[in-house]
Design a protein around this ligand. Structure first.
Ligand code: GAR
Length: 204
């Protein structure tokens, strides 16, 4: 079986992208990053892709008349690189029906909180402000809602009295870098089965 071709969408520094690139390089996942796309020209994620010899594409949302036109351009690039699984990695945009229809059940996202708690922006800060004693991160399939799709893996971290939103975010990020490649590994080996809201993981 060939390697699963990933298309990674990232808006910022791209540390999750890097964890995926590294896991693929090390042969820990049977996948390769076929293209990295950003909606932000100066995203460090694009630089990481270039350094890794991966096609890096900036697509300017401002150059399109609406979300559907913008997403059609994104889908065209993904298809052009033979992408089979789309991984959102710090992609700060809602995904609409053009992308969902093009990749049904084939878009993953990582969120820095234990969903369904604290969806949307700044999940780490929301959790810290709320005063929870545990938070974490979630990899889930993407649907039409905001961070509402079926959950694949979660990791839990404690919140300490001395924490700031930044120290909590750093603890969560360490777990993100572990569970995102793990979720891709499970997907690429055909072990994820969606049953309604639940994602069942078949035993090896
Ligand atoms: C990560 O913490 C990711 O979970 C979060 O953005 C950060 C991106 O970091 N994503 C969201 O908040 C999505 N709503 P990275 O660019 O270093 O991977």
């Amino acid at each position: 079986m060939g390697k699963l071709r990933l298309g990674v969408l990232a808006s910022g520094r791209g540390s999750n992208l890097q964890s995926i690139i590294d896991a693929a390089r090390e042969g820990w996942i049977e996948a390769l990053a076929a293209v990295v796309i950003s909606d932000n020209r100066s995203a460090f994620a694009l630089e990481r892709a270039r350094r890794g010899g991966i096609p890096a594409v900036f697509i300017d949302p401002g150059a399109f008349s609406g979300r559907e036109e913008y997403e059609s351009a994104v889908v065209e690039v993904l298809r052009g690189h033979g992408v089979e699984l789309v991984c959102l990695a710090g992609y700060m945009r809602l995904v609409g029906r053009v992308m969902l229809n093009a990749f049904p059940g084939r878009i993953l996202n990582i969120h820095p909180a234990l969903l369904p708690a604290f969806p949307g922006l700044h999940g780490q800060r929301q959790a810290w402000e709320y005063g929870v004693k545990f938070s974490g991160c979630t990899v889930h399939f993407v649907d039409e809602g905001v961070d509402t799709g079926p959950i694949i893996i979660q990791a839990v971290v404690p919140v300490f009295d001395e924490d700031t939103p930044d120290t909590l975010a750093a603890r969560i990020l360490e777990q993100e870098h572990r569970i995102y490649p793990e979720a891709i590994r499970l997907f690429s080996t055909g072990r994820l089965k969606i049953a309604g809201r639940r994602v069942l993981i078949e035993k090896e």
